[in-house]
Design a protein around this ligand. Structure first.
Ligand SMILES: NC(=O)c1ccc[n+]([C@@H]2O[C@H](COP(=O)([O-])OP(=O)(O)OC[C@H]3O[C@@H](n4cnc5c(N)ncnc54)[C@H](OP(=O)(O)O)[C@@H]3O)[C@@H](O)[C@H]2O)c1
Length: 371
């Protein structure tokens, strides 16, 4: 389907790790089968983008590269094999790309090339550039139509606020993977980070009771306040993490047996015993989703003795996105500032944007570019 695309557009480019970013004019991707060209409206930033681009967090990243994670934008052009998407449609553009002939080759475009030779080649040679740009190409299956009238007019979300779902979806993927059910109790740890905090919101939307477990008491109090402001009937408890395995286990057990645990340890938390503490608080047959970097989560005597399931999870499945969007469109999550406080930046202000993203993290906080 033909449309007017400029030959060049502005994008935020990393030439080499450790060398900062530059706004540059680069060629606009060409339309073709199997892909959409999207005019980007809002493009998300990670709290640890500075660590990735500065090299302190070593992700396998080809350079030069246009940065980014997921985005929201308007379709400008779709390949002739599209049957639903049309120019003008508002879409959520997901950054998790899968090989079409081997979906287990998966990677996060512009962030991490994944663990297989196939995913790394697909990243390097085909879907390299991210969405910190005026225009971007994405596989058709990564573009999810948004009901703009329902979300923006009836429910009152702004387009950048909707993009906060790219954080919530990650925890949602882990929670669905361990089959969290309404009414169950889940311990989320550490709950005070960007992904941990947004997972608390996802679990509350799924009807679970949440025990937010983290080191920072002030942030734990903010989590509780944020949840109850948006969802006054929610069941939310907090437990301070001290690093003492058995003391923390007792504090968690004071709320009764839990059904499940979701872990989002950052690399800095890799040696923390908090997953072991949480394991002590599980009922027989409890489930644990490991989504972070905890290197020592296994409490063998409890895992074996209590029939505990430990599962790793990378991101989410495509179905999870479809279901999450239905939940959002049905109004199952709070609105306005009770949902998220989003800070927006122009591409030129990338340095400030990435610094603000590192600080403005945690439940209901999000930072994005508006290219
Ligand atoms: N599986 C996946 O698909 C997937 C997807 C996205 C991200 N992740 C991973 O999830 C990790 C967490 O993401 P995030 O956005 O929540 O990170 P973040 O915003 O950087 O937050 C880091 C969290 O770790 C806690 N922490 C740091 N050092 C700790 C320690 N020594 N002991 C206990 N807690 C500690 C922090 O607690 P304080 O507030 O007390 O500092 C905070 O809650 C990321 O590093 C990322 O690699 C995985």
């Amino acid at each position: 389907m033909a449309s007017d695309l400029p030959t060049e557009h502005r994008a935020l480019v990393l030439e080499a790790v450790g060398e900062g970013l530059n706004v540059k004019n680069i060629p606009t991707p060409k339309p073709g089968l199997g892909k959409a060209i999207v005019r980007i409206t809002a493009a998300g930033i990670l709290s640890y983008h500075n660590e990735i681009f500065g090299g302190t967090r070593q992700y396998n990243l080809p350079t030069p590269i246009v940065g980014g994670i997921s985005a929201i934008g308007r379709i400008v052009n779709v390949g002739e094999d599209a049957t639903v998407l049309k120019p003008g449609q508002l879409v959520y553009v997901d950054c998790l790309i899968r090989s079409r002939d081997n979906p287990s080759d998966m990677f996060l475009t512009a962030v991490h090339g994944g663990l297989t030779e196939g995913s790394q080649r697909l990243f390097r040679d085909v879907w390299r550039n991210g969405y910190w740009a005026e225009y971007a190409q994405a596989p058709l299956e990564n573009c999810f139509a948004l009901d703009e009238n329902r979300l923006c007019n009836e429910l009152g979300y702004t387009i950048p606020d909707i993009l906060y779902i790219c954080h919530m979806l990650v925890g949602f993927g882990g929670l669905r993977d361990i089959d969290l059910k309404p009414g169950e109790t889940i311990i989320i740890c550490p709950a005070t980070g960007g992904y941990g905090g947004s997972a608390v919101q996802a679990a509350i939307g799924m009807g679970a009771r949440v025990i937010a477990f983290g080191r920072n008491e002030k942030e734990l109090a903010r989590i509780k306040e944020h949840v109850l402001r948006g969802t006054p009937n929610a069941s939310i408890e907090t437990v301070k993490m001290t690093g003492d395995e058995m003391k923390d286990a007792a504090a968690l057990k004071a709320f009764g047996e839990s059904d499940a645990v979701l872990d989002f340890s950052s690399p800095q938390a890799s040696k923390s015993p908090h997953v072991k503490s949480a394991t002590w608080a599980l009922r027989r047959g409890g489930r644990i989703s490991l989504m972070g970097w905890n290197e020592d989560p296994m409490n063998a005597s409890v895992v074996v003795g209590m029939d505990i399931t430990l599962k790793g999870k990378f991101m989410y499945d495509r179905d999870d996105i479809v279901i999450f969007l239905k939940m959002l469109e049905r109004g199952l999550f709070p609105r306005g500032k009770n949902f998220v406080d989003t800070k927006l930046f122009k591409l030129e202000d990338w340095k400030e944007a990435l610094d603000v993203a590192a600080a403005h993290a945690g439940i209901g906080k999000f930072v994005a570019f508006t290219p």
